[in-house]
Design a binder for this molecule. Structure first.
Ligand code: APR
Length: 250
């Protein structure tokens, strides 16, 4: 692994435009379970409960699962960024990293200090009214077992993350494609690559000549055909090691 970390650090030290593309594995060391693989959320819950039609049609059933999986869990434990999130925020501050494209809805990149974050699947720390469109921070709402309603108009509130069957936020989509086309190094961190259209972003970077570095606990759909370097390990441990190596190259 050490050789690959050195090689990744050499590539990143020479890169002018780095983009990080993160999935649930990025937050695993912050105590948030991934969706697939060992301990995955979809091993316990049916993803259909996150389908937008299901939410509007069977609101109580869908909300009970959403609250259990995302909100009860988050409010009960202090979920905070891990060293991996912090390194990405540091690289942005150093002018090394252009942006983070994340599939995660946990807000941890922003909490860690990253500012250009394209939230491909939205963000669970906000709710949006399905009737009047007003948005509210999750903390400002009392999230009980009853589906949340809009303080302004009484309409049904929906977590501001993207349900299956919903479109990707246009600003996140366009920003991500543009960044992937422009970057010279693209770091894929903790994603299985199972969900489209997010999973086509790495190939855009590849097609535009970027060097692809992948950090994952196990091979993903990218490892064979897209990744130039595959580093098997935990995001929160590998990223600080790469940063250490880059420091020595300054
Ligand atoms: N460090 C690095 N990688 C890790 C770690 C870790 N500590 N722990 C787990 N992983 C890897 C797993 O090996 C797996 O490849 O993270 C990946 C998590 O994959 P998924 O659970 O499928 O998460 P993700 O790829 O982000 O899912 C994409 O699916 O359900 C939807 O909207 C949801 O955004 C999510 C999308």
């Amino acid at each position: 692994m050490e050789e690959k970390i050195k090689e990744a650090a050499r590539i990143l030290a020479e890169s002018k435009h780095i983009v990080a593309f993160t999935g649930a594995g990025m937050s695993a060391e912050s105590g948030i379970p991934p969706f697939r693989g060992e301990g995955g959320i979809w091993n316990k819950y049916d993803p259909a409960s996150l389908d937008i039609e299901y939410y509007y049609r069977y609101t109580q059933q869908s909300w009970s699962i959403i609250r259990e999986v995302f909100y009860k869990y988050f409010s009960s434990s202090v979920v905070k960024p891990n060293p991996g999130h912090e390194i990405l925020a540091k690289w942005e501050k150093e002018g090394r990293l252009d942006c983070v494209i994340t599939q995660n809805i946990d807000d941890l990149h922003k909490v860690a200090g990253s500012s250009t974050v394209y939230e491909f699947h939205g963000n669970m720390s906000r709710f949006v009214c399905s009737k009047c469109g007003a948005k509210f921070p999750a903390q400002s709402l009392k999230l009980t077992e009853k589906p949340p309603v809009c303080p302004d108009c009484g309409g049904l509130l929906k977590p501001d993350f993207i349900f299956f069957g919903e479109g990707i936020p246009l600003d996140a989509y366009n920003g991500s494609v543009e960044a992937a086309q422009k970057c010279d190094a693209f770091v894929i961190i903790g994603t299985s690559g199972q969900v489209s259209p997010a999973n086509m972003i790495p190939s855009i970077a590849k097609q535009h000549g970027a060097k692809i570095i992948e950090i994952n606990m196990e091979p993903s759909t990218y490892t064979k055909h897209i990744s130039d370097i595959f580093i098997q390990g935990k995001a929160g441990e590998v990223l600080p090691k790469i940063d250490e190596e880059i420091k020595d190259k300054r």
